[in-house]
Design a protein around this ligand. Sequence first.
Ligand code: NAI
Length: 707
Amino acid sequence: MTDLVQLASDNGIAVITINNPPVNALSPGVPEGISETLDQIANDGSVKATVLIGGGRTFVAGADIKEFGKMTSGKPRGAGLLPLLLKIEDSAKPVIVAIHGTAFGGGMELAMAGHYRVAVATAQFGQPEVKLGLIPGAAGTQRLPRLAGVSKAVEMCVSGTPVNADEALKLGIVDSIIEGDFLAGAIAFAREVAGKPAPKTRERNGKLGNPAENALIFSKAREAAAKKQRGLLAPARAIDAVEATTKMPFEEGCKFEQKLFIECLFSEQSKSLIHVFFSERETAKIPDIPKQTNIIPIHSAAVVGAGTMGGGIAMVLANAGIPALLKEADQAALDRGLATIQSNYANSVKRGRFSQQVAEERLKRITPTLTYDDFSDVDLVIEAVFEGMALKKSVFRELDRVCKPGAILASNTSTLSIDEIASATSRPESVIGTHFFSPANVMRLLEIVRGKASSQEVVATCMQLSKTLGKVGVLVGNCRGFVGNRMFGPYRREAQFLVEEGASVEAVDQALSDFGMAMGPLATGDLAGLDVGWRIRKEYRHLEVAGIRQPFLEDRLCELGRYGQKTGAGWYKYDDQRRAASDPAVGELIRKWVEEAGIAQRQISATEITDRCLYALVNEGARILEEGFALRASDIDIIYINGYGFPAHRGGPMWYANTMGLKKVCDRISEFHSQHGETWQPAPLLKQLAEQGKTFAEFGREQGATA
Ligand code: NAI
């Protein structure tokens, strides 16, 4: 027997313990170990029943995700686990699966093969495979409807959302919730059922419903998935697999599930989602910052500026249990900021996200102020005042004067140099960028901008803080626009050029939305406010290089006061609910403006639209990577997925380029270079990797990153 699985006995009850820390994943050796212990139990006349339990902090939290990657070149896991599950179910002595922590994915499938399930009150149950572009591959779609009913099984397999022990008990997934000593309780349960006929899940057909009701369940689920999980394969296949349960005998249903599982496993979508899963974990690894770096405890914080971002950031801190001062320049602005926070919390309560009491507790953690008087005690300050260097410097000079030594002084700037901001203080080592995305209390991304002088402790603390705040922190370097916005510039530039050259506003947004972007680039501009970029462009006009083409349509729209959603009109027009509609007036204006500018109009295909916008991202991403402003290509992918609505099932822009083949991408960029001029000069790194037949991931590894 492998040491991943142990067998003990307690007066006629065998106890099988899975010990594969940290999460008892079903790595090679675990199923084999369970199988061997079952043989021993079968041959041991003194054993009347078996308890199967996880050692450490959880039951089996899932399959070993690394194995999925290996499987596409070898044998799928399902084939390995299925026979074991049948063996458990066919065991003459009842098997009681005892669940604490989580029973997810393969763990859930394993649990459902037992004759009974008992759980602690905090346990969770789920089939989250869909989040990796997969469906359950070891009869999960066949056993779950038999325990929980067809409708719930569809919901769980399609959404991947787990249920808690209470709900699992009501649904029939769990037979008993155990209070007090868990193992002792599970053994007592086993004693009660020992010797009685044990129900096999695969033979329990009582909850499989009737054809008419089921047809409605499946058609509704398909409709919802097509809308909410647009373009995704796995949710559709999960529905097909559960439907098979209601139409085929168990064995055939399993074979059908297996076929669909393999289709998903070999899909680009699943490979991309698995890449995203590992890449997100990889962001925490910073080559020159050792794991044991001291983390500065953050007991309290302060936010300067209670506008769009400052208010959101104060909420993020309060939600994570960190009390925060919120400083404004004048009473009116402070009142406005607080009113927005209050209405956001009230909305969350209305939508049932949390209770009134929780909202009040959170609100109480935010202390409004007009002075820096109480800043001397805080461990962290996040500045979110207007975007202007002189103002930022004056705020940081003040912070330097009032804050205690060692306090972290962070700026939420989206374009300004962290080094220049830090130069206004006597302690640049304490200064760093924490670039939240709007709305700060919703968006998961946090770009952590490392200045020249930012200390290792300050960087490590902010990376850790991102987790405390429920964000994905990605470390980036201090260049203009950092990583995300620096790439977003060329992306939105191309979207505008395409309109100048003859594509309609709607066609540009539709092509990118069909690709999977949460929103088209022009609609995104309207959402963020076209005036933001306009103001920045006016400030930096002196940096523009003569002879390089600049988009001009947004400037013209802004000159007419069309700032986007906030003024009811931009690229689109908006009603008072901010619902967008095409605006024929914009079409007219554009036709007039481009004619005046002498730009030739032509038919533009959807492929050209996506290639130009997406490859503009990739080309700039390659420069950022080569210049060292991102640690690895996969960090750029995580930034785009969590901050810019890039579809996770495409893996992020750099991964997408890898899947297209860098040679093909580079050739297309060279073509655009000859057609559209200097801005399309292929990035040297892209050229080099394309020539060498390599991917961006390989470049990262050569640089010491492990993604
Ligand atoms: P905003 O205009 O909504 O808010 C700025 C607030 O700062 C105003 O309420 C103003 O009264 C206050 N303020 C000005 N001087 C102050 C002082 N000396 N002390 C205290 N408060 C002061 O601006 P927004 O959009 O919140 O932007 C803030 C920062 O966040 C900027 O650096 C911006 O570039 C950055 N950012 C903005 C994003 C967005 O989508 N709006 C996204 C990411 C970063």
